[in-house]
Design a protein around this ligand. Structure first.
Ligand code: GUN
Length: 298
């Protein structure tokens, strides 16, 4: 069969455009003598991935013109101490939104920490109130990765209505909210959604019937060419750090899609890096701007 000429869903370019749009808006807010949006981030320990993500969030805040505060704790911080900091940020009128970077050390309950965050400042959209509101289509903070993917689909005018969307993965952060949003009565959305995971028996058959596949398993190069229908749209959420002797950092970011096999069959596909990653960061910034403007909750 003739090879499709695929188009990249360029998250790097789209996020750069969004960054520019937001920087202009923040400049206007500042000129009007309004308060600048302020994002705080709590980072526990020294996990390589988390360090990178949080540094990138802080840097993007500066580029857009937001105020940002980084709060660090060592790996051995107690749950009580962390919860005290969450409470402090909840009550700090200067902080519009904040995040606690996950994962947390095993001795701390992530769920307890998430539920301690004031949902009106929960720009990660992880609090049950935000998750619940999203699932019934009410205004809320939508978690950054799914929100970023929707924005990417929207800016490339990808048709979604009536399409079969397969979501691989059922995490609270990506798979579940993604499935919920893709079935929502809206654009992007209105899909027939199938969620597959590590226990699914007919995953390949499901993928072969999919018009859109969103892969969020965290298994490097899981999705192969023979699992994809001609013309499909592929979104790769994977960001596994694989050791590499070639790169300066000593690792290479690897997606959940075997790109060289899958891309020739696609209409559209996200690269790794430069696809979903930058869209995730910029969506957190969008949520912070919304928090600063009190656009969702008063
Ligand atoms: N860990 C992986 N992704 C995320 C995210 O979007 N937010 C936070 N806080 N932690 C994460």
């Amino acid at each position: 069969m003739e090879e499709q000429h695929y188009q990249l869903l360029d998250g790097k370019a789209v996020s750069a455009q969004m960054k520019k749009e937001m920087a202009e808006e923040v400049a206007q807010i500042k000129a009007a003598e309004g308060k600048i949006p302020h994002l705080a981030a709590i980072l526990v320990g020294h996990d390589g991935g988390s360090e990178t993500y949080v540094a990138s969030k802080v840097k993007t805040c500066q580029e857009i013109g937001f105020k940002s505060t980084l709060i660090r704790f060592e790996e051995d911080v107690t749950e009580e101490e962390l919860l005290r900091k969450v409470d402090e940020l909840n009550n700090d009128p200067d902080v519009d939104g904040f995040i606690v970077q996950l994962p947390l050390p095993k001795h701390i309950s992530e769920q307890k920490v998430i539920e301690a965050i004031d949902y009106r400042k929960d720009v990660d959209g992880f609090h049950p109130i935000n998750v619940g509101r999203m699932s019934i289509g009410l205004p809320c903070f939508v978690s950054a990765t799914p929100a970023g993917i929707l924005e990417l689909l929207k800016r490339y005018h990808i048709e979604t209505q009536g399409k079969h969307c397969v979501v691989l993965g059922r995490s609270n952060i990506v798979g579940k909210p993604m499935a919920t949003l893709m079935m929502q009565k809206s654009y992007p959305g209105d899909c027939t959604v199938t969620v597959c995971h590590s226990r699914s028996k007919n995953l390949k058959e499901m993928c072969l019937s999919a018009d859109i596949i969103i892969v969020a398993l965290g298994v490097p190069e899981f999705l192969k060419g023979d699992m994809v229908k001609e013309g499909a749209v592929i979104v790769d959420v994977g960001t596994t750090r694989m050791p590499s002797s070639v790169t300066k950092s000593g690792f290479k970011l690897t997606g959940d899609v075997l790109f060289n096999e899958v891309a020739p069959k696609c209409s559209y596909i996200t690269p790794v890096p430069g696809g979903v990653g930058p869209m995730t960061i910029i969506s957190l910034m969008r949520n912070t701007l919304l928090a600063g403007k009190k656009a969702i909750y008063k």
